[in-house]
Design a protein. Structure first.
Length: 212
């Protein structure tokens, strides 16, 4: 198994600024923001809302690559979104799930595993995705296989679903706290900076001043 922090560094080296990245609340957002891409990504999405929000963006912007960097605890909480992904089949959507079989948040004092998720038992997220109609689904357990899977997903047609099995505890994760975030943004500031990023990319105006 590999460390989520290492996979996120690899992922950061593979995506370009014109791709939209979304991350859920917890260690994944903290680690992603450490790469310096926080202000142009939508981070710390509420529990269960990373993949569904990415799906909405992918459908709204079908010409643009959208990537959800989800996690097992977050995805399982709102699994019904995968059914909609399988039905809508957005070609531009990639879902990466960092699966440590655990609800470990990576917050202060969380240097050991927390409550197990269902993937610590029999649940197979790749099989769930296939069952929802997502054909391009795979599970990886090494940095090399992760890189290959992400390369394929970013170049080809989706929706793509990559389960990356990662260590339960990544000591680097447990040291990354909210106050250490790169741009020092809170979630409101992040929302505005992300929307402005989309506006620049698409040459459109999304947020407008009110009439009064
Ligand atoms: Mg987890």
């Amino acid at each position: 198994m590999v460390k989520r922090s290492e996979l996120i560094k690899i992922f950061a080296s593979m995506v370009t600024d014109d791709m939209l990245v979304l991350t859920p609340i917890g260690a994944t957002s903290n680690l992603w923001e450490q790469t310096g891409r926080g202000s142009t990504s939508l981070t710390s999405l509420s529990l269960g809302m990373c993949t569904p929000t990415a799906l909405g963006l992918a459908l709204a912007l079908p010409h643009r690559k959208v990537i959800a960097l989800d996690s097992d605890g977050n995805l399982i909480l709102n699994l019904c979104g995968l059914g909609t992904v399988g039905n809508e089949k957005p070609r531009n959507l990639t879902i990466v799930v960092f699966d440590n079989g655990n609800y470990l948040s990576g917050g202060p004092g969380k240097g050991k595993p927390g409550m197990p998720t269902a993937t610590a038992g029999n649940m197979d997220l790749e099989a769930v995705a296939r069952g929802c109609g997502i054909i391009e689904a795979t599970t990886v357990r090494s940095e090399a296989d992760f890189k290959t899977a992400v390369e394929k997903a970013l170049k080809g047609d989706g929706p793509s679903f990559i389960v990356a099995k990662v260590d339960q505890v990544d000591l680097r994760e447990s040291k990354v706290f909210r106050e250490d975030r790169g741009p020092g943004q809170d979630t409101r500031e992040n929302k505005y900076s992300f929307v402005r990023h989309v506006e620049r990319l698409e040459n459109i105006r999304i947020l407008k001043r009110g009439a009064s």
